[in-house]
Design a binder for this molecule. Structure first.
Ligand SMILES: Cc1ncc(COP(=O)(O)O)c(C=O)c1O
Length: 459
């Protein structure tokens, strides 16, 4: 009988996270203070993040120890299994071997608790009583709600309105874990009220929800803000997944030719890919692909520029690929991929050609998700379907080229709370959104006056 799942025992769980910043050929451009335009230091972020996370954000150490208390709770769902997708391979009649890392086995159903747990822990030991955050599809909000409860913190979640309405069960998960969840834009914050004045029917966006959550955090000393993606420390925490995966693949004797992850802010992609990027920097030949929706093409059509992380311009300026902080993507079902920017680490690796990006239209992602469910059984989150779609494209390409490639992708989450999206797909109500260049240029005009990074790629 063939081996379908590759496990690690609990004692084999990685005890350190991997920090790709230590190995990158080009140093990162620093975040800038929005008022002075000067590099922002830890003190500029101190009102919203606790010091241990800020130290990780700026760290150049290659490996960072995972605290014992975090490891103990990681064991609730980690190590996660690596699967070989035999039935998908057979269905595609491909010579490629397809592996996927199943991050959907966490209690919240995705990779998000890998960092939520670490962030809740570092906040707890720093004296924080309450965390605020934004959420798109609800995966991040539910992950943080659970992890706050595990470390006895209060949690308040601003959920992008379109997803709040599309995904009531995510809201109820947050409630079950003891958190409070409100639709964003809300009338509770000045940022939310400003957006509602401009557009009372705003569907919301991650950028707007971040503004609200940051505003709520700075108003109270014992409240801090927590971000589910984009920042260096978030991506760092996710690398436990790629490090596990390297140990699991070593058991099979295979090594990936292609590594794939979907990318909203970049965290699940980075979590799986960065340990392999390290190998690539050290000479391995690997194609590392970050996948985004064509309706929010941050990496494939957005320039590398300084921009705000949020819509209402409260955060420091960060150097990243961006569509402009005022860009509001179409309300596609992959809510977690509707972000105007992408992690600075991912952006820098794109500039250095160590990774590349592909954009996929919505209908192809659902077609891929259905194919995956009908062969491998698992129903993917709409975000995850983007990675599935590129894994299928690569497997088909391997067949055309007659190459026995090893394809690895991150199965970032299950879609069992996203069935309304599948219902809309089956009913023919979903469409592909062609994003006109004018629309991008309109949003980018807002960042034209901002400082430019050395490697600026705009017009
Ligand atoms: C299942 C799933 N995958 C991927 C993402 C994208 O986020 P990131 O790029 O930070 O992994 C999300 C975000 O909500 C998600 O819920």
């Amino acid at each position: 009988m063939q081996t379908k799942k590759i496990f690690l025992s609990e004692s084999e769980i990685p005890r350190q996270w991997y920090n790709v910043a230590a190995d990158m050929p080009t140093p990162m451009e620093p975040p800038l203070h929005p008022g002075t335009g000067q590099p922002a230091g830890p003190e500029d972020f101190a009102p919203i993040f606790p010091m241990p996370l800020l130290e990780q954000e700026m760290s150049q150490d290659r490996f960072i120890d995972i605290p014992e208390a975090v490891l103990e709770k990681y064991l609730i769902w980690r190590p996660t299994p690596l699967y070989r997708a035999y039935d998908l391979e057979k269905h595609l009649d491909t010579p490629a071997k397809i592996y996927f890392k199943n991050e959907g086995v966490s209690p919240a159903g995705s990779h998000k608790p890998n960092t939520a747990l670490a962030q809740a822990y570092y906040n707890k030991i720093s004296g924080t009583k309450r965390l605020t955050t934004e959420t798109g599809a609800g995966q991040w909000g539910s992950a943080l709600s659970m992890c706050c409860k595990l470390f006895d913190l209060e949690c308040k979640v601003y959920m992008v309105k379109v997803s709040y309405n599309q995904k009531p069960y995510r809201r109820m998960m947050m409630q079950t874990w003891g958190a409070e969840c409100v639709p964003s834009p809300s009338s509770e914050t000045a940022a939310g009220r400003k957006i509602l004045e401009q557009n009372p029917d705003s569907p919301g966006s991650l950028g707007i929800a971040i503004s609200e959550a940051v505003e709520a955090a700075v108003q109270d000393e014992t409240t801090k803000y927590s971000l589910g993606s984009v920042l260096n420390h978030v991506l760092l925490h996710q690398t436990i997944n790629g490090l596990e995966c390297q140990k699991q693949l070593a058991q099979t004797g295979d090594y990936p030719d292609v590594v794939i992850g979907c990318a909203g802010g970049g965290s699940n992609f980075a979590g799986l890919a960065f340990p392999f990027v390290r190998d690539k920097i050290n000479g391995k030949d690997i194609d590392v692909i970050a996948v985004e929706p064509t309706s929010c093409p941050t990496m494939t059509r957005g320039p590398f520029a300084y921009d705000f992380g949020d819509t209402v311009q409260m955060t420091p300026l960060i150097a990243m690929n961006t569509l402009g902080h005022s860009f509001v993507p179409e309300p596609i079902h992959a809510g977690g991929l509707r972000y105007h920017g992408i992690s600075p680490l991912v952006s820098q690796l794109l500039l250095d050609n160590l990774i590349r990006a592909e954009a996929i239209p919505q209908l192809e992602t659902f077609e891929a998700g259905v194919k995956f469910a009908r062969t491998e059984g698992f129903i993917s989150a709409p975000e995850t379907d983007h990675a599935v779609a590129v894994a299928i494209r690569e497997a088909v390409k391997a067949k055309e080229e007659g190459k026995e490639k090893v394809i690895l992708f991150n199965w970032s989450g299950h879609g069992l709370v996203d069935m309304a999206a599948y219902e809309a797909y089956f009913a023919g109500r979903l469409q592909d959104h062609a994003l006109h260049e004018d629309e991008i240029q309109r949003a980018l005009a807002d960042i034209a006056p901002l400082p430019k990074p050395k490697q600026y790629t705009g017009a």
